[in-house]
Design a binder for this molecule. Structure first.
Ligand code: NAD
Length: 259
C-alpha cells in the first residue's frame, strides 16, 4: 500500500476562478501539497475572462505543461424564468458552461501529448436539482456533467482523468446573500444533515483528492460535498430536536461526554 499522503511535488496546476472562494482555497491546498499553481481569473493583475476564448487560450499558452487543471470559474444569477432576458442567459452560459468547455478542451490539448493529467470541474448540487430562480445556473451545472462524462470517456485512453465536485452551500462571495439572512440560512440548513454550510477549504480538499494520485482509478465521477444535503429528501433539523446557533444547527441535548 502506498503511503497515504498527497504529494503533488513537481506538478503544475492551473485553476480558473482561483482568485477567491473555492478556487483560492484550491490553489492554496494544491500549493500546500507541493504543486506550482497558476491562477486564471478575471480578478487580479493579469485578468482573464474565461468567457473570452482567445484570452483563455493565451493563458494556457503562457502556462505551458500542466498536470492538473481545475475548471472552477463560475458565476450565478437569480432570475425568474419568465423574467430572464437573453443577454443574461447567454452571459451565464458563456462563463459557466462554454468557459468550462474551453478550459477542458485546452487542458486536453496540453495533456494528451504527455499521456497523463487530471481535470476537475466545479459542478454543483444544482447539477441535479431545480432550485427556483436559477434556470441558467442550473442548466450550466447540469451541462457540466455532460462535459464531464464525455471528457472522461474520450480522455481515459490517454491517462487523463476527469472528475467533478458538486458542492452544496459553501460560504463564499457567491453565496454571501444566503449567509447574510439569518432566517434563510436557518431554513436552508434544516435540509443539511451536518446542520451547516461548508467552508471553501472543505471543497478544496475534495478537489485536491480527485486531482491527486490517490484518486488514480477514479474518472467520470461526481463527488458531492454538501454536508449530506442531497441525501436528505425532506430535511432533518427542526426545533424539536435542536436549535439554530447563529450559523449552524446543533442538538438540543448534546450527547454526554462521559461514557
Ligand atoms: N459557493 C457555493 O455554494 C457553490 C456551490 C456549488 C458550486 N459552486 C461553484 O464553485 C465555483 C466557485 O464558486 P465560489 O463560491 O468560490 O464563487 P466566488 O464568486 O467566491 O469565486 C468565483 C471566482 O471565479 C471568478 N470568475 C467568475 N467569473 C469569471 C470569468 N468570467 N472569468 C474568470 N474568472 C471568473 C471570480 O473572479 C472569482 O474569483 C463556481 O463554479 C460555483 O458555481 C459554488
Amino acid at each position: 500500500m502506498r503511503l497515504m499522503r498527497i504529494s503533488l511535488d513537481g506538478q503544475r496546476a492551473l485553476v480558473t476562478g482561483g482568485a477567491r472562494g473555492i478556487g483560492a482555497a484550491t490553489a492554496g491546498a494544491l500549493r500546500a501539497c507541493g504543486a506550482e499553481v497558476i491562477v486564471v481569473d478575471r480578478l487580479g493583475d493579469a485578468p482573464v475572462d474565461v468567457a473570452d476564448p482567445q484570452a483563455l487560450e493565451d493563458a494556457f499558452a503562457r502556462a505551458g505543461a500542466l498536470d492538473v487543471v481545475v475548471a472552477n470559474a463560475g458565476a450565478t444569477l437569480f432570475r425568474r424564468l419568465d423574467e430572464m432576458v437573453d443577454e443574461d442567459w447567454r452571459r451565464l452560459l458563456d462563463i459557466n458552461l462554454t468557459g468550462a468547455f474551453h478550459t477542458v478542451r485546452l487542458a486536453a490539448r496540453v495533456m494528451k501529448p504527455r499521456r497523463r493529467g487530471a481535470i476537475v470541474l466545479a459542478a454543483s448540487t444544482n447539477s441535479f436539482d431545480g432550485e427556483a430562480d436559477l434556470a441558467a445556473y442550473n442548466a450550466t451545472k447540469a451541462g457540466l456533467l455532460g462535459i464531464l462524462r464525455t471528457a472522461s470517456n474520450e480522455l481515459g485512453p490517454w491517462g487523463i482523468r476527469v472528475n467533478a465536485v458538486c458542492p452544496g452551500l459553501i460560504r463564499t462571495d457567491l453565496t454571501a446573500g444566503h449567509f447574510a439572512q439569518p432566517q434563510l440560512l436557518k431554513d436552508y440548513c434544516r435540509h443539511i444533515p451536518l446542520g451547516r454550510g461548508g467552508a471553501p477549504e472543505e471543497v478544496a480538499l475534495a478537489i485536491v483528492f480527485l486531482a491527486s494520485p490517490l484518486a488514480s482509478y477514479i474518472t467520470g465521477a461526481t463527488l458531492l460535498v454538501d454536508g449530506g444535503q442531497m441525501a436528505a429528501k425532506f430535511g432533518i433539523w427542526d426545533e424539536r430536536m435542536g436549535r439554530f446557533a447563529g450559523d449552524h444547527w446543533e442538538l438540543a441535548d448534546p450527547p454526554s461526554t462521559t461514557a
